[in-house]
Design a protein around this ligand. Structure first.
Ligand code: ADP
Ligand code: MG
Length: 478
């Protein structure tokens, strides 16, 4: 193998003319990808560009100082070893921040797969010889390696969405699951599930996945119009196996972008590719989206993620506390799960702050410390729904008299809303069962318990009823 060595940096020959070097780099990438996993590889290592080679030293370029430092600390030694094994005369890898005009990162697709297959046998033959799946780094927002199926805590409110996501990750483009439309309030795990699908697909093989927010989709589209490269943009989009667009509600009112998305959508589905979309509302509630788009969005699998329950919040907190290695007493977890009911993101934020505090000061987490450290967060959540408000809203919604919330009447049309109100009181306030019972005409706590169970069961069986109750909850919470 001959390598163009030149003392003058500016005379460094571009990659196309330096096929041997590019092939070496490609093999190194293949091995690294095998070693660190696709997500990490994609997050950090696809950003590296090849710089000049000078004697026993090769320079690699990174777009920012942060990335350079990170790659140096995490992968520096390994990169040196791998280069040395490719080109024994190389002993050092120099990492630098790229300057304008420096070579761009190598697109894995730039080098013909044949040159990859012809790689010399290495001890890790799979990583060295397998053609590297095409990485559409131009289309991909790096997947967040924390968001996997393993780190997603499953409970009643999200089990359906989770099962659908898993199914799509296992068998993309199955009949009935394309598109997969995930919806739910903010901070409930939509993005997490989409990244998990992406990570799983990428891990399992030769699938090209593009994930981006609807906002990014729009900016890319506009940029393509400006640079008169809409055809390339469309072709790129239409060449992926799986397209995931997050927060589709962003396209409301953006008619041109909607139009483009609609065509891309149709082209991909017709070609048997998988689409995954998330939004804050169901397709039918996304008023402002074109009708034909809403219709198409709704014709695969629509899965909603409900607001968290106390049980799910506890499970999530337990999982995250365990992962952090900090001991958080059950009392504190319960306290948080009672106080922070809005969404998982805020719950996680609160727990992270507690953990950081405990690590920093080396003090155990206690209830007092929690109240102190989270003072501001807890105060913001103190505007809590009262049982009276719940009774009033529920009575209005189901058209019964407020006094029937505490009356002894047992007719179904009165008893059912009363049960819903009890259920919501349990979900949305921190009152105990006996306290709730008292507010509903001095009923026993077992009556409240029964109501909670009954409503939970009904919600599972009756989607329309579940939607009604969810709606009530959202109205009360906002
Ligand atoms: P959304 O996209 O619905 O607004 P995200 O997916 O960004 O919400 O979730 C917000 C945060 O909460 C993320 O850090 C995510 O990892 C976490 N999260 C949400 N749901 C769960 C869950 N069921 N298990 C573990 N973490 C979760
Ligand atoms: Mg999101």
């Amino acid at each position: 193998m001959t390598i163009g060595v030149d003392d003058d940096e500016s005379a460094f020959s571009p990659l196309e003319n330096n096929k041997g070097l590019a092939e070496s780099w490609l093999r190194i990438c293949g091995r690294l990808k095998g070693e660190v996993g696709e997500v990490e590889y994609r997050t950090w290592l696809t950003q590296i560009a090849l710089g000049p080679i000078d004697g026993d030293e090769i320079t690699l370029l990174l777009p920012t100082r942060f990335l350079r430092d990170w790659v140096r600390s995490q992968y520096g030694d390994r990169l040196s070893e791998l280069w040395h094994s490719e080109i024994p005369s190389l002993r050092r890898v120099e990492l630098q921040v790229a300057r304008p005009g420096d070579p761009a990162p190598l697109q894995v697709a730039d080098v013909a797969p044949a040159s990859v297959t012809a790689a010399p046998a290495t001890e890790d033959s799979t990583a060295g010889t397998k053609p590297v799946p095409e990485v559409r780094s131009d289309l991909v927002t790096a997947l967040d390696s924390r968001f996997t199926f393993e780190t997603f805590v499953v409970g009643k409110p999200n089990e359906f969405a989770y099962a659908c996501a898993r199914r799509v990750a296992e068998k993309p483009s199955s009949v009935g699951f394309n598109p997969l439309f995930l919806y739910g309030g903010v901070g409930l795990g939509k993005t997490h599930l989409m990244h998990a699908i992406g990570a799983e697909l990428v891990r399992s093989g030769n699938v090209s996945v593009a994930y981006m927010s609807a906002e990014k989709f729009m900016y890319r589209f506009i940029a393509a119009i400006r640079s008169q490269s809409t055809i390339e943009f469309k072709e790129q989009l239409r060449s992926v196996d799986v397209l995931m667009i997050d927060d589709l509600q962003f396209l409301i009112g953006k008619d041109n972008t909607q139009e483009e998305f609609f065509h891309t959508f149709n082209a991909l589905v017709d070609a048997g590719r998988q689409i995954v979309v998330s939004a804050d509302k169901s397709p039918s509630d996304l008023s402002g989206l074109e009708d034909r788009l809403r219709t198409r969005l709704g014709c695969g699998m629509v899965a909603d993620i409900h607001a968290t329950t106390f049980e799910l919040r506890i499970s999530i907190l337990e999982a995250k506390a365990t992962a952090s290695g900090v001991v958080v007493p059950g009392k504190v977890l319960e306290f948080l799960a009672h106080k922070i009911t809005s969404n998982v993101r805020e719950l996680e934020g609160a727990l992270n702050r507690l953990i950081a505090h405990a690590n920093l000061f080396g003090r155990p987490v206690t209830l007092e410390a929690t109240q102190d450290v989270l003072h501001d967060i807890l105060k913001a959540h103190d505007r809590r729904v009262t049982i009276e408000e719940i009774q009033k809203k529920v009575a209005e919604h189901w058209n019964i008299r407020l006094t029937d919330m505490s009356s002894a009447r047992r007719a179904r049309n009165v008893a059912r809303p009363r049960q819903v109100a009890m259920y919501l009181a349990k979900q949305l306030t921190s009152r105990s069962l006996p306290e709730i019972g008292r507010k509903f005409g001095n009923r026993d706590h077992t009556t409240v318990m029964h109501a909670v169970q009954r409503v939970t069961e009904l919600m599972e069986r009756d989607a329309a009823f579940a939607e009604d109750v969810e709606l009530m909850r959202r109205m009360l919470e906002s």
